[in-house]
Design a protein around this ligand. Structure first.
Ligand code: FES
Ligand SMILES: [Fe+2]
Length: 434
């Protein structure tokens, strides 16, 4: 449980808020590369602010504040020409770095042009995702996750727009026990499935005794979630990565993972970037396809998934008898969308009753609260914020601490060894020359 004040701290991300400042210390996904068309600038919203993303004639990407520093016109309506983006109102032109190139109504001489700058932000494009650093000063090392650097066919990305506070979404990702309920396939469906609902896992999901441990780490929180059945256990390792990323097992293969970023739009909406990654080969797109319905298209922004809060997610009571437990179809993403949106746009955590199975959520909130309190000290050379690394070397090292697993272990007490083994594998990969 949080006090109302603490709840506001971890939920509200506008300019000047502690959470807004924390988010601005990290690289954040702001768009998909495929969103940016050559012939038009793209409006982008994040952290209660508005930006414009565009490609100039040389195909360079730029991210600028949306409102023109001259007299505030919306640059996302502008023209792509003259080496940058021209504002429709009085024709000022800015390049991808926000440098003013033209001011047609000003007398000859460049002095005024040189004195104004449209705020601009550093970008990195990885794995088809455009990441931006919205903070001040030098950006930290980019998180070079395998999932972002693998060949395209090893990845499957769905970006959805969720009508609730960002933290509701994130907390669902690091809550391993809801898999035993919300996402469950019942007998009639399970026969056809070859995923974590199938096979023996089901016994553990339904009858295993829950046991959770959490560890605070340099990246955030490591989560060991066990479901014990006699001497065996279904063990799931997942991770909260500060400030807004969850890295969890995808399916049963232990081959790759799912990375989920939640980026606030405002306090009642956020974007969820859900990236499936398979290390050893192409992802099975057919299996992930139910999720595709959730894709948000910035060029058709009002379109909603077929199942949504306006139609009570078309919940089907017949399906709940022997099909899908939740009665809202096969898409895990839509199940999660129900769980996090139906509780309202910003849940008041002073009303909850937390138990053993909520330890990961508690640890993540504590990490966020502490990180917000530590920003200034970190800036002046104190202990770095979790997952904010100055050097690429430290970042690589920190990434090897992030390990996922989803497996039945014959020995329920071997969960820490499981982590060590997985981490050794990750380190060995790191040693190998690329
Ligand atoms: S408001 Fe943009 S050029 Fe005047
Ligand atoms: Fe879920």
């Amino acid at each position: 449980m949080l006090t109302r004040e603490q709840n506001d701290l971890v939920c509200r991300s506008g300019p000047g808020t502690p959470l807004g400042k924390l988010f601005r210390q990290y690289w954040l996904p702001l768009a998909l590369e495929s969103d940016v068309l050559d012939d038009r600038p793209l409006p982008v919203a994040a952290l209660h602010e508005h930006f414009v993303l565009f490609r100039d004639e040389k195909k360079r990407l730029g991210l600028l504040d949306m409102f023109c520093v001259h007299r505030g016109a919306d640059l996302s309506y502008g023209r792509l020409e003259a080496g940058g983006l021209r504002c429709l109102y009085h024709g000022w032109v800015y390049d991808v770095n926000g440098k003013c190139l033209e001011q047609p109504a000003e007398p000859p001489g460049k002095e005024f042009c040189d004195r104004v700058k449209q705020p601009s932000y550093p970008l990195q494009v990885r794995g088809g995702v455009v990441f931006a650093y919205l903070g001040e000063g030098k950006p930290p090392a980019f998180p070079e996750l395998d999932a972002l650097n693998a060949p395209d066919e090893h990845r499957f990305m769905v970006r959805s727009r969720e009508r609730c506070n960002w933290l509701q979404g994130l907390e669902g990702d690091i809550d391993p026990y809801h898999l035993s309920f919300l996402h469950l396939a019942l007998e009639g469906e399970r026969k056809a499935l070859n995923n974590s609902n199938g096979g023996r896992n089901y016994e553990f999901f339904r009858s295993g005794k829950a046991r959770m441990e959490v560890e605070r780490t340099d990246f955030g929180v490591r989560i060991y979630a066990m479901r014990d059945l006699n001497e065996e256990s279904y063990i799931r390792l997942s991770n909260f990565v500060c400030p807004n990323l969850a890295i969890v097992a995808a399916g049963q293969e232990n081959d790759g993972y799912m990375a989920l970023w939640h980026v606030p739009i405002d306090d009642h909406h956020h974007f969820k970037y859900q990236l499936f990654y398979r290390a050893s080969g192409p992802v099975d797109r057919a299996r992930e396809e139910p999720l595709a319905e959730m894709r948000w298209d910035p060029h058709n922004p009002e379109r909603l998934p077929n199942r949504n809060s306006d139609n009570r997610w078309l919940q089907d009571r017949e399906q709940m008898k022997n099909g899908w437990y939740a009665g809202i179809g096969p898409s895990f993403g839509l199940h999660d969308n129900w769980a996090t949106e139906a509780m309202g746009p910003l849940f008041d955590r002073s009303k909850e009753h937390l138990g053993h199975g909520d330890r990961a959520v508690v640890a993540a909130r504590r990490t966020l609260l502490e990180a917000m309190a530590d920003i200034d000290a970190a800036k002046s050379g104190g202990k770095p914020l979790p997952f904010r690394c100055e050097s690429q070397e430290t970042m690589r090292e920190t990434i090897t601490e992030i390990v996922v697993a989803s497996m039945i272990s014959p020995d329920k007490n071997r969960y820490r060894e499981l982590f060590e083994e997985r981490q050794q594998e990750a380190r060995a990969r790191l040693q190998k020359p690329a």
